[in-house]
Design a protein around this ligand. Structure first.
Ligand SMILES: [Zn+2]
Ligand SMILES: [Zn+2]
Length: 560
């Protein structure tokens, strides 16, 4: 029988996370094309960089699915990393579906919702590890994995048209220190049952071998911290609770007490304690207590390993931290990786610390003080052998990662591989997997607390001004549109020297503007907008001649 438009389909739609690392926002749809039911898997953010001046947080654009918000059955979170749950507090009001998460993830989500004043509106279903729940045609089973945060879950999503294994972020850590090991039996069983498609992490697809274990890091940190004199600071991601725990144990073995520095360290420690982790450790020192301890009896566990300007470590490096001072004879261990894009701020941070006389220990010169939380090629191969999917769908990576992962899956004899871009709707069943639609997908910027489109005017102007400078012109006209004063010109961010002084150049611009104004007919001069365009054109042209640049021009016409 021919497939009609009304028959059920199972589709996968990435709206974030498949193009640039971060911002995971995945949708699964089931039903006939005109009446699909949807589930959201993860809703994360990414962070701005020097290409987005003034924008710290970037969200996936939910416009497409917002139109079908009443058909979203639930938002399922795999784990508590920002690139998987950070956007919930921002975008939930547009999607308004119940949220499903395990206890540690739910604890951190509640904190965020409380800050956003949404806690009493969002229906949160706390699911136990290995839990199972039904959302319409989707039957979810959580599969315990290992990663760099407590409670990382893969999702077995059973539907009437087949089962998807959505891995979320994972690696195979034989000794994760906290939590259980990867539940390979559950994945194998799923493989026996039949996996239609595996949607899988691509972060480390270019890295041979395995990611390494948290227990290896602990083995490295204990002797390293043991041999250090003076004050010791360790920077790591607060969400890596196993790492925090290892640092605390290494500190204890070296006779040091730990002082947490940075808000997210305290928040994560509270979340960890809420689910019974980090038990049996000496209580943390307060800032005040740490000051009265001898240098070789204290260890500061800090946020800010990526050079974030307001985080603890940057403030320590520039000497502005209110409680923690590091200097000659002290040491700082970076138990973290360099996230691509953060190279420059991290270099500045490390130079700042080195300038104070602080000895640095990084992954580059001290291998073993950090391991990745994502699967390398041997681990990916293992996962494919366990799950044996019919279709491989790489996710969580840039384009080059996804395509390499696609080739890898082909080599692993996976019969079909599809590497969608954000916005590509992949039909997983029935029939061969293929991209059947392209829907709008993009990013939203949080700009001074306001959600703006990624090509919005404010940021475009700011970028333009950052590269080309800015010129303001004002002119005062009387009732008959005759010039009373001006045009007055001011420049911001444009260079001058002794020969070409700013004063001369501004006079030049002012004359050009005046000539342009005088060229206008009496009728045109009655229109403020016409005057603004004429002045702006004249000044841009003159700037091009003087500086070889076209600055942002702001024109003000006043009438008296
Ligand atoms: Zn992730
Ligand atoms: Zn993660």
């Amino acid at each position: 029988m021919a497939k009609s438009k009304t028959s059920d389909e199972l589709v996968f739609l990435p709206l974030g996370g498949s193009n640039e690392i971060g911002m995971n926002f995945n949708l699964y749809g089931f039903g006939p094309a005109h009446d699909r039911r949807w589930v959201v898997v993860d809703l994360g953010i990414t962070f701005g960089d020097s290409s987005t001046p003034g924008v710290e947080v970037i969200l996936p654009d939910p416009s497409y699915i917002e139109d079908y918000a009443d058909r979203i059955l639930g938002i399922v979170l795999t784990h508590a990393h920002e690139d998987h749950l950070g956007a919930v507090a921002w975008l939930w009001p547009r999607l308004k579906a119940p949220v499903y998460a395990t206890p540690f993830t739910a604890f951190l989500l509640r904190e965020k919702l409380r800050e956003a004043d949404l806690l009493d509106q969002v229906e949160i279903h706390e699911v136990p590890l290995k839990g199972r729940f039904q959302l319409g045609p989707f039957d979810f089973e959580l599969i315990t994995l290992t990663h760099s945060i407590p409670e990382p879950n893969g999702l077995a999503i059973r539907t009437p048209l087949g089962t998807v294994l959505h891995t979320g972020d994972w690696k195979i850590d034989p000794e994760p220190l906290l939590g259980s090991v990867t539940d390979q039996d559950a994945i194998r069983r799923l493989g026996d049952e039949g996996v239609l498609a595996m949607v899988c992490d691509s972060t480390n697809v270019f890295v041979d071998g395995v990611a390494g274990s948290e227990s290896d890091v602990r083995e490295t940190l204990i002797p390293l911290i043991g041999q250090l004199k003076g004050k010791v600071a360790v920077a790591c991601f607060a969400s890596n609770v196993a790492r925090m725990d290892s640092v605390c144990r290494a500190a204890a073995a070296a006779g040091r007490r730990v002082c947490l520095v940075g808000r997210s360290m305290h928040r994560m420690a509270a979340a960890a304690k809420s689910v019974g982790l980090m038990a049996g450790l000496a209580p943390f020192l307060t800032d005040h207590e740490a000051k009265s301890f001898p240098d070789n009896a204290v260890l500061y566990l800090c946020t800010g390993s990526q050079g974030e300007p307001r985080a603890a470590l940057s403030r320590i490096a520039d000497g502005s931290h209110p409680h923690v001072k590091l200097g000659a004879g002290d040491a700082c261990i970076f138990s973290s990786r360099v996230i691509p894009g953060n190279e420059l701020p991290i270099r500045n941070l490390q130079n700042g610390l080195a300038d104070r006389g602080v000895r640095l220990y990084t992954e580059r010169d001290h291998p073993g003080i950090h391991v990745s939380g994502h699967p390398c090629r041997d681990e990916l191969a293992e996962m494919y052998r366990w799950a044996r999917p019919q279709i491989a769908v790489p996710t969580h990576g840039e384009r080059r990662h996804l395509l390499e992962h696609q080739a890898f899956a082909r080599d692993m004899q996976v019969p079909q591989q599809v590497a969608p871009r954000n916005g590509d709707m992949v039909r997983l069943a029935p029939g061969r997997a293929e991209i059947i639609d392209e829907v709008p997908a993009g990013r939203l910027y949080v700009d001074a607390g306001v959600l703006t489109p990624e090509n919005g005017e404010a940021l475009r102007e700011r970028r333009h001004a950052a590269h080309n400078g800015m010129i303001a012109i004002s002119v005062v006209l009387d009732g008959k549109s005759r010039i009373v004063s001006g045009p007055e010109v001011r420049a911001l961010g444009l260079p001058s020297d002794e020969e070409d002084t700013m004063e001369d150049m501004l006079d030049d611009l002012s004359e050009e503007a005046e000539r342009a104004l005088k060229r206008l007919s009496g009728e045109d001069r009655d229109q403020d907008e016409t005057i603004e365009i004429a002045l702006s054109r004249a000044v841009k042209k003159a700037s091009q001649r003087i500086w070889g640049r076209r600055p942002v021009v702001e024109t003000i016409v006043l009438r008296v």
